[in-house]
Design a protein around this ligand. Structure first.
Ligand code: SR1
Ligand code: MG
Length: 421
């Protein structure tokens, strides 16, 4: 295909892509027999599932505007280019963790990729109370591998600098995060919404909270200025597809070079939100075991991330930072371990800050989470949201005084029960 950009539709897809070899070779030559469904439920793009005589594939196409808002908010098509390049790097650094890419058309801003089936979006599974046995391991390893291997701890510096320059152009998607995540929740921004009137008082309190605002801007500063590694950039439970046995990360269109802790914080925030939202989904039975499961997932994800990051530090530290020539080659293993601990500690502290902010923006900003949105009883929803908002504030403001994942989870459990507020 190519020529000037034109959005696909269920009606036009087969005619327009019917001769794309990457697609026909996998799903079948007879395009008139293809079944096409548009299934995009994200905030930005079109997503089609195309089924033919031989198989199925996904066609994802960017639109020149934000789908959630409409054409009053233009957004460049080039996000598809960044998504494609991020996926290829993630596949190289964490093989098997992302969908296979069959074809990329830059002009049409479309990516043809593997149809993941019977996978479902992790967020949906957690709302249903499902317990997926492998997510902590799979996501922990994905984060450690992509974050370590995309940084100056590992990459040849020339390659990393070229990549940094490439992704630096993902300006508009960074701008979305800079505003929607780090600033809008903390003032009365135009597109914000929250459960009202139930949360009005707490929202006013949080927006008047000077310590919170200062720390949120500290986190924004880190996000904007600390170009440590290639991030997924939007690693929440809606960007992960799962089966009992498999986990795949999708949708890295927000990819750019930023702080190590950002992906980890966003991900764990979404697990904490899943935890706090469970009480809103108890109409078909108590969710106590799901809550225990989610706490275990949080502990395991962090511990697997730490373990794998430490393993890579010891075995793959080939970049320009903390060279072995200064440490191990001098017989100074302890020095290398000290530096590792220091780095993990700063990832830990920053992770808590990013997590708290992600929680706030999902309840106070434009883009909310189905975890809470699907709780029909407004009072019940507000009750869950109020607790997690206060929990988020603790993470952001007191992150330097919190020393272990068990400590954070103990706080989450007490706040969720209402024992402390
Ligand atoms: C206008 S875009 C809103 C959100 O959707 C994406 O998934 C990102 O999380 C972004 O912040
Ligand atoms: Mg997305």
């Amino acid at each position: 295909m190519s020529g000037p950009f034109e959005a696909l539709s269920v009606e036009t897809l087969a005619a327009r892509l019917g001769r794309t070899a990457a697609l026909t070779s996998r799903i079948g030559e007879n395009a008139s027999a293809w079944k096409v469904r548009e299934v995009g439920d994200g905030n930005l793009n079109l997503v089609f599932i195309v089924e033919g005589e031989k198989g199925a594939a996904v066609v994802k196409q960017a639109l020149p505007y934000v789908r959630l808002v409409g054409d009053s908010w233009p957004l460049p098509l080039k996000r598809s280019f960044f998504e494609y390049h991020a996926l290829t790097r993630q596949q190289a650094r964490a093989p098997g963790s992302v969908p296979e890419i069959y074809h990329f058309d830059e002009g049409q801003a479309l990516i043809v990729m593997e149809y993941l089936s019977p996978h479902v979006i992790l967020r949906k599974a957690l709302i249903e109370g499902r317990q997926l046995p492998n997510i902590a391991t799979d996501i922990g390893l994905f984060m450690a591998r992509t974050l370590f291997r995309g940084s100056d701890l590992s990459m040849p510096t020339k390659e990393r600098k070229a990549d940094l320059a490439l992704f630096a152009d993902n300006v508009e998607l960074c701008d979305i995060t800079e505003n929607l995540v780090f600033s809008d929740p903390y003032f009365d921004a135009k597109m914000n919404r929250h459960t009202s009137p139930q949360l009005d008082g707490l929202v006013a309190e949080l927006r008047a909270d000077r310590d919170l605002k200062v720390e949120a801007q500290r986190m924004k500063h880190l996000f904007a200025a600390n170009a440590e590694t290639l991030l997924h950039g939007d690693l929440h439970s809606g960007s992960i597809m799962v089966t009992e046995a498999e986990t795949r990360m999708i949708d890295p269109e927000f990819a750019f070079y930023g702080p190590m802790a950002f992906d980890v914080g966003m991900l764990l925030a979404n697990f904490w939100m899943a935890f706090f939202s469970q009480r809103g989904h108890e109409h078909d039975g108590d969710r106590a075991t799901t809550r225990v499961y989610l706490i275990d997932v949080i502990v395991d994800t962090w511990s697997i991330f730490r373990k794998e990051f430490s393993h890579l530090w010891r075995t793959e530290r080939t970049g320009i930072l903390y060279q072995k020539s200064l440490f191990e080659d001098q017989g100074d293993q302890l020095g290398a371990e000290q530096a590792l601990e220091q780095m993990l500690h700063s990832i830990w502290t920053d992770m808590l800050g990013f997590a708290g902010i992600e929680i706030h923006r999902r309840i106070l900003g434009l883009a909310h989470n189905a975890d809470f949105e699907t709780i029909a009883d407004q009072d019940l929803r507000a009750n869950c949201e109020a607790k997690v908002l206060k929990f988020g504030r603790q993470l952001v403001v007191n992150r330097r005084q919190i020393h272990s994942i068990e400590e954070v989870n103990a706080l989450a459990i007490l706040m969720e029960k209402g024992t402390i507020s």
